[in-house]
Design a protein around this ligand. Structure first.
Ligand code: UFG
Length: 323
């Protein structure tokens, strides 16, 4: 059985939907930001908190868990600057409680969701895993702390892990039965699509004077289903002993500016957006684009869905959002 912590969240729920095809899945989620409806009915659900020792004891003593995948983190850069305690408490302290309980119960395989925010402001156009990590906000630091802890726990306790550093997760399941639903929503693609559905009166472009081709920030958008598939490859590599104690970037290797994303949303939907140029948002690097060569070379995974497909699937979801 695979324990998916945070399996009711946006990325976790997409992973669960794929993973139930090949494994027994147990989801642990406290539903503070996740959605009960997002959990595939073939998975077992345990409502609880990864920072709660009692909840964890129940889970680890009741089920034969062979690996843990950890998606249960707060992930908003701006919020992390204003409320760092929340980020260090959940993303670091609660994760330590989880790791501690795993080791106690002799469960030593762990897939960790990390982030491009660990790189800070990179001095290269295409980011490889060997680029220096120097996060510029508490969110990125909270993830990097766990990355360091994992390396130490591997040496001391024999933990085996794979770290996946996501770039910009986006899109929804092709069936439109699950998708992105944050409250409040801060991410670019859902904001543009909500605007095009009439739920917001404009789209603000945060900064148009960056040192990029059109002056707006460039990001590497990756379809959430591609992300889910990457996790399954990583889990398989960990379970079969093919790979452990590695870090992989997960992106498309292609960068799109904020303006290009808005234009693609307009093209896909056939609607015109009311776009307003506004100030930069604190903490935004100008450009974050992944090299995903390492995971392709070592695990055979690459992203298969482009920006247009991401937006098509997100549009289907937002038109008929179930939760
Ligand atoms: N943006 C706008 N207007 C909006 C919303 C966003 O112009 O209304 C811009 C942002 O300034 C940024 C780009 O669109 O340049 C993408 O912003 P998102 O909020 O969609 O995503 P981020 O790149 O800020 O964050 C994502 C994840 C984080 C992760 C980060 C890694 O949500 O968890 O990528 O850099 F840390």
């Amino acid at each position: 059985m695979i324990l998916v912590v945070g399996g009711a969240g946006y990325i976790g729920s997409h992973l669960v939907k794929e993973l139930v095809e090949s494994e027994k899945v147990l989801v642990l989620d406290n539903l503070t930001t996740g959605h009960r409806e997002a959990i595939d009915s073939r998975a077992i659900f345990f409502k609880g908190d990864l920072g709660n020792q009692e909840d964890l004891e129940k889970v680890f003593s009741s089920y034969p868990i062979k690996a843990v995948m950890h998606f249960a983190a707060f992930s908003l850069v701006g919020e992390s600057v204003v409320e760092p305690m929340k980020y260090y408490q959940n993303n670091v302290a609660a994760t330590l409680t989880l790791l501690n309980t795993m080791i106690k119960h002799n469960v030593k395989k762990f897939i960790f969701s990390s982030t491009a925010a660990t790189y800070g402001i990179p001095n290269v156009d295409i980011i490889k895993e060997t680029c220096p990590t120097s996060p510029i906000n508490p969110y990125g630091r909270s993830k990097l702390m766990i990355e360091h802890i994992l390396a130490d726990f591997a040496k001391a306790y024999g933990l085996e892990y794979i770290i996946l550093r996501y770039f910009n997760a986006a899109g929804a399941h092709e069936t439109a039965t699950i998708g992105e639903s944050h409250d409040p929503e801060t991410h670019l693609i859902p904001i543009v699509l909500q605007h095009l559905l009439g739920k917001r009166d404009r789209v603000s472009v945060f900064g148009s004077d960056y040192d990029t081709e059109d002056g707006t920030c460039i990001r590497d958008y990756i379809h959430v289903t591609d992300l889910a598939h990457a996790h399954i490859r990583a889990l398989d590599a960990l379970l079969t002993g093919k790979k452990s104690n590695e870090v992989y970037n997960l992106g498309n290797g292609l960068g799109y500016s904020v303006k290009e994303v808005i234009e693609t949303c307009e093209r896909v939907t056939g609607l015109k957006a009311n776009v307003v140029l506004s100030d930069r948002r604190p903490g935004d690097p100008a450009r974050l684009v992944a090299s995903s060569e390492k995971i392709y070379a070592e695990l055979g995974w690459k992203a298969e869905r482009n920006l247009e497909q991401i937006i098509k699937d997100a549009w289907k979801w937002h038109q008929n959002q179930l939760y």
